[in-house]
Design a binder for this molecule. Structure first.
Ligand SMILES: Nc1ncnc2c1ncn2[C@@H]1O[C@H](COP(=O)(O)OP(=O)(O)OP(=O)(O)O)[C@@H](O)[C@H]1O
Length: 661
């Protein structure tokens, strides 16, 4: 996909997107979370870009929600879905769902929705999802104890590209290779020509190393998994709880992850633990061993009476010999026993095996008091143990990295599946919470909603009364005050928007004619001044003239009469309705001037009415479903009727009531 071909992606944004690992994939998958990681791309912009890519894919000109109120309804619908996600990723991903007039896009999402609503919105899965996040980039890994070596300039560039974690060095001969081996713990020579060259140090000739970076830098895969261990574990848990088919064996993956420390090192290897502890405890163990020997020796000396002949004493003094010589002569056995104890202690305390012989030389055979370590031997022991530990760690890392490298793709899939499940479950929960059904989206106009219940109402969803309403063409909707006219328009707009998003709608059944644009004009507050009135009129003028057969529209308007004085308003609304009828638009105009509008119109307009069924205890009892072809009686008329009932046939109110006919 050419990035610049996506609507809204200019050269600058394309450059930012190219910083991502695989921007095409992110665009294709509508992965807003990843897109927003591109430098300077906000989440809102990422969602717009993802929608742009989808639109380009479906040749969708966009612009479905054509007015502020239509956009508000879309946002509210989206909000209801987003409230039902667990992960941020899913909430952002839902932003790629938008109402579209293009059949292929609607069908694409409907397929997803069918899959989604078949899912069980189990609370246990919701809980498991809380630990899932998109995989994090482990950042740059730099390994300094290894290098790659080659004599070939082309391979040099290839190596830098393939394994950027280590230095790549140019070597011409064995001497230079040997020099490198002195600076690095491990040198991996890439040229076959070096095979058989004998240099000291850990030099390996691996001509295929570039094809298997994990063998050179196991840290690459280990850091990735160490960083993402909890996310992968959480995703695996989601698969278990939700019974999702996993791309790999979850037990094996869990075992491999259990062998990994949070810092990318390997755990659970007794031999490595033994060597690491030996290195760490070496100094302390040597000191304790010294004390063991000296305590033993002191006791032995204290208990002994040393008899020395005068000539011997003289000879010792003349030679300037210390008391050590006396020790050698008189207490050789005790000294040997004490040193043996020190050696045993050192070997036992550090659980030494291969290095036992060196450790035993840490205390000298020649008697001295106090007994002291041989510093050079202890250093040697430390070097040997450290090298053994590092070699063991590298071997273990490589083995674990091998196992994990095999499942990296599976782990990525596992997390992607879990995140996608969250998106699907949000739709499933939305459908379940609002008792939704899949609407029929047809290519003829109009709509037919049965048992529609808007979750956007200001009453709890359980208290929402179902509404049946069908319109073919253009109609005027009349109704008693607070009868639910605006709420009905909201319901129609919501059902229409959701249907065009490919989503389920809150109704028992629904048919929605596919349109390219939804124009929903909310009630304006108060009369408009001349300028605002003119621009509103222009808006309708443009709307009416832009309608063509291949760009059908739905127009919902709430009390347009409030923009100007009633007489003029009826005439203007009648004119607009006539034009919409001519152009075969679908429209519902809520108005208190229904009769005047019909009278002012040459077209054959229909009037529907939300009827009051009467007053009960002074409260209106309303049938929320508009009655087709029937003008609603006004609230004042109902009140006059109630007063006339109390007043008798010849009273004032009875007369007044007669004037309503
Ligand atoms: N289907 C319904 N179920 C339950 N309550 C409803 C329903 N429709 C409307 N209502 C209630 O009636 C109130 C008034 O509804 P709405 O504003 O839609 O009436 P209206 O006919 O447009 O009023 P107005 O005459 O002031 O324009 C709503 O705020 C809501 O509380």
């Amino acid at each position: 996909m050419e990035l610049e071909s996506v609507p809204g992606v200019g050269a600058k944004t394309a450059t930012a997107l190219r910083e991502l690992d695989d921007p095409e994939r992110a665009l294709r998958d509508g992965d807003v979370a990843t897109l927003s990681q591109a430098p300077g791309v906000s989440e809102g912009r990422a969602a717009r870009i993802a929608r742009g890519a989808i639109r380009a894919d479906h040749d969708d000109p966009g612009g479905f929600a054509a007015t502020p109120r239509a956009r508000e309804i879309f946002r509210e619908a989206l909000g209801l879905l987003q409230e039902r996600t667990v992960t941020d990723y899913a909430a952002k991903r839902l932003e790629t769902l938008y109402p579209s007039g293009v059949r292929s896009r609607i069908e694409e999402v409907r397929e997803f929705t069918e899959r989604a609503i078949a899912r069980d919105p189990d609370p246990a899965v919701r809980e498991a999802l809380s630990g899932v996040e998109p995989l994090a980039d482990p950042g740059d890994v730099r390994v300094r104890d290894r290098c790659l070596a080659t004599s070939d300039a082309e391979r040099y560039a290839e190596a830098q590209e393939a394994i950027p974690e280590v230095s790549v060095e140019v070597v011409d001969d064995a001497r230079q290779l040997a020099e490198l081996a002195r600076s690095y713990s491990t040198v991996v020579a890439l040229d076959e020509a070096f095979a058989g060259v004998d240099v000291e140090g850990d030099v390996r000739v691996e001509p295929d190393a570039l094809a298997e970076p994990a063998s050179v830098v196991p840290e690459r895969v280990l850091t990735f998994f160490a960083r993402n261990r909890d996310r992968v574990r959480a995703a695996a848990e989601v698969h278990r709880v939700a019974g999702l088919a996993a791309p790999c064996d979850l037990e094996t993956l869990a075992d491999a992850l259990d062998r990994l420390e949070a810092d990318g090192s390997v755990r659970g290897d007794d031999e490595l633990d033994r060597l690491a502890t030996a290195v760490d405890d070496l100094d302390a163990a040597v000191s304790t061993a010294e004390s063991v020997a000296n305590d033993h020796l002191r006791e032995a000396i204290e208990e002994r009476d040393v008899t020395i002949e005068g000539t011997d004493l003289l000879s010792l003094v003349e030679r300037g010999a210390g008391v050590d010589s006396l020790l050698g002569r008189e207490l050789a056995d005790e000294y040997a026993a004490a040193v043996e104890q020190a050696r045993d202690h050192l070997v036992d305390a550090l659980e030494l095996r291969d290095t036992e012989a060196i450790a035993r030389r840490a205390f000298p055979d020649e008697p001295t008091y106090p007994v002291e370590r041989q510093e050079d031997v202890v250093s040697r022991l430390r070097e040997e143990l450290t090298a053994a530990r590092d070699q063991r760690a590298t071997r273990q890392k490589r083995a674990l990295a091998d196992d994990l490298a095999d499942v990296r793709g599976d782990a990525e899939q596992l997390v992607a599946n879990a995140l996608e499940l969250d998106v699907e479950l949000a739709v499933a929960r939305f459908a379940a919470d609002f008792e939704c059904t899949m609407p029929e989206v047809t290519d003829d106009g109009g709509f037919d909603i049965e048992g529609g219940r808007s979750p956007l109402l200001d009453v709890p969803f359980e208290a929402v009364e179902p509404v049946d309403y069908a319109v073919d063409g253009v109609t005027v909707l009349s109704g008693v005050n607070s009868g639910g006219k605006t709420s009905t328009l909201d319901l129609v707009a919501l059902v229409t928007t959701l249907a065009h998003m490919g989503l389920p709608v809150p109704a028992e059944s629904a048919r929605v004619g596919r349109v390219a644009e939804l124009h929903y004009h909310a009630k304006t507050q108060g009369t408009l001044d001349a300028g605002a009135f003119e621009s509103t009129l222009r808006e309708f003028g443009e709307l009416v003239t832009d309608i063509t057969a291949d760009r059908p529209v739905m127009v919902l308007v709430d009390e347009l009469e409030s923009i100007t004085e009633p007489g003029a308003a009826a005439t203007i609304v009648a004119g607009i309705l006539e034009s919409l009828t001519d152009r075969e638009a679908t429209g519902v105009f809520v108005s208190h001037l229904a009769e005047d509008i019909v009278a002012a119109s040459d077209a054959d307009l229909t009037i529907d009415g939300i009827q009051a069924e009467g007053l009960v205890d002074g409260e209106l009892r309303v049938n929320r479903s508009p009655v087709k072809g029937q003008l609603a009686r006004s609230t004042p008329e109902l009140i006059v009727e109630k007063l006339a009932d109390d007043d008798g046939e010849d009273g004032f109110y009875a007369g007044l009531l007669g004037k309503f006919d």
